[in-house]
Design a protein around this ligand. Structure first.
Ligand SMILES: C[S@@+](CC[C@H](N)C(=O)[O-])C[C@H]1O[C@@H](n2cnc3c(N)ncnc32)[C@H](O)[C@@H]1O
Length: 338
């Protein structure tokens, strides 16, 4: 217990006064607030007079405050006599830590092992982005640790992958979760750009009685796709198809088509070929702010040149992709086929 300045506030006024005090940075967050049947006792950094509340000194229990790992790393750096700070922005997938190369100062090796311990990470990677090739290979370099396969759990699905060989976009989390909520029972789904199963695994987990054909061109991604189907016990509902989706889907008739590639417009004819009246097509597209509400007209025009009619259904912004640039997922429905 610790004795400290306190403010005793009648319960009915407590929320408003507490939020005001928090805003003014007056509350001791390392101590627990006390309650009795009528009043709330707030531990304060210094005495403050507020109408309807009374000041005093009271005993408070300590709160078990967790210091965030980045702060612990920076405290250690100070003790080691190192002036540079560890980047505040990072991504943790499984037990791997990813830091953008532009943010990472050059540290002596012992700093990485100390940081790995604080973050409970087995590997630290420098993230230099994603390459321009159609198979979207990452430019990720192992900085510290053993590397190899990392396993990231998201929305009840285990994604295993080698971050130096295949991409994983944490910013697409909402798009992945949305796929698990689609009502696709007994439907045939084609994921034309499945990668390691980003969408396919969520779709299969969220629906019953259907089939998901998961196409993947990059052999590294394909081998993780197969592993992930097994790991998540979804072998009954997902059929992995290696190679180019334009060829591997021959003969498939789809109720729902996922096109998780920014070049998806160039694959529209392949998608339409496996569609029927009512097929839903979900295209992931990069689009600038000025065309956010009109860009699908280009998709409609292209479809109509190919002899199909498609209608706009809805659209979600997945994430910002740069200044005035958006990653959107646009759903269209096929209303007439050849
Ligand atoms: C951008 S990634 C998928 C990203 C994913 N939608 C997400 O949420 O992070 C696209 C995948 O499509 C694969 N790909 C590219 N062209 C392909 C093709 N013609 N047929 C099948 N897969 C292809 C790439 O290898 C890559 O794994």
């Amino acid at each position: 217990m610790v004795i400290c300045e306190s403010l005793t506030v009648p319960k009915e006024n407590a929320n408003g006064i507490l939020s005001y005090l928090l805003k003014c940075d007056m509350v001791r967050k390392d101590l627990k607030i006390n309650n009795d049947p009528e009043n709330v006792h707030i531990p304060l950094k210094r005495a403050v007079a507020i109408e309807g509340a009374s000041n005093g000194k009271l005993n408070f229990h300590r709160r078990n405050l967790q210091v965030p790992p980045v702060e612990r790393v920076n405290l250690n750096l100070k003790k080691m006599g190192i002036k540079s700070k560890f980047p505040e922005k990072f991504i943790k997938l499984g037990d791997s830590l990813f830091i953008k190369e532009s943010r990472m100062p050059i540290f002596p090796r012992e700093v990485y092992s100390m940081a790995a311990e604080e973050f409970q990470a087995s590997s630290i990677y420098l993230d230099r982005g994603i390459g321009e090739s159609p198979i979207r290979e990452p430019d990720v370099v192992l900085l510290w640790g053993e590397g190899g396969t990392t396993v990231h759990e998201e929305n009840g699905i285990f994604y295993s992958f080698d971050p130096t060989k295949v991409m994983f976009s944490p910013g697409n989390v909402n798009a992945r979760i949305r796929e698990s909520r689609e009502t696709l029972d007994n439907m045939t789904v084609v994921d034309m750009f499945a990668g390691i199963g980003y969408f396919s695994l969520q779709v299969a987990k969220g629906s019953q009685g259907g089939k998901v054909y998961a196409c993947e061109l990059n052999p590294n991604s394909y081998s993780y796709l197969v592993k992930n189907i097994e790991k998540n016990r979804l072998g009954k509902s997902i059929v992995p198809l290696p190679g180019d989706c334009r060829l591997s889907t021959a003969g498939v008739s789809a109720d729902y088509i996922l096109m998780g590639h920014f070049d998806s417009l160039n694959f529209l004819s392949a998608a339409l070929r496996m569609s029927h009246k009512g097929t839903l097509i979900n295209m992931h597209i990069l689009c600038d702010t000025s065309s956010l509400n009109t860009h699908w007209q280009k998709i409609q025009e292209k479809a109509s040149h190919l002899g199909y009619l498609i209608d706009f259904k809805n659209q979600n912004v997945v994430k910002s992709y740069g200044p005035h640039l958006w990653h959107v997922s646009t759903k269209m429905v096929v209303s007439r086929t050849l």
